[in-house]
Design a protein around this ligand. Structure first.
Ligand SMILES: [Zn+2]
Length: 102
């Protein structure tokens, strides 16, 4: 499977094994020669939203869409591990045993 990344400039997928097209540097919010600094990026490898099936490579746009849908992301969240109450089966088992005996 070829590694590719969605481009916000031309809205195509670019092969990551090749140089990013200079015409599409705007994807990173930079213009050509200014490509020196990298802070925390808003971009990510494209993911498909579980909520809409639409592809995203912008974290903020993805989260904005999730909020609009009333959804939220989970990651390292602590899960509620209270045991689930088992349904009462004792009486049912007793009935079945009686039926089999009868
Ligand atoms: Zn492009």
């Amino acid at each position: 499977l070829a590694r590719s990344r969605y481009c916000r400039v031309c809205h195509e997928f670019h092969d990551l094994t090749e140089a990013w097209p200079s015409a599409c540097y705007g994807h990173f919010g930079i213009r050509g020669e200014e490509a020196r600094f990298y802070v925390i990026s808003d971009s990510m490898d494209p993911i498909v939203s579980m909520a809409t099936g639409r592809p995203h490579d912008s974290k903020s746009a993805y989260r904005k869409e999730l909020r609009a849908l009333g959804c939220y992301e989970v990651g390292n969240d602590r899960l509620d591990r209270r045991p689930v109450q088992a349904p009462p089966v004792r009486d049912t088992l007793r009935q079945v045993v009686q039926q089999l005996k009868g």
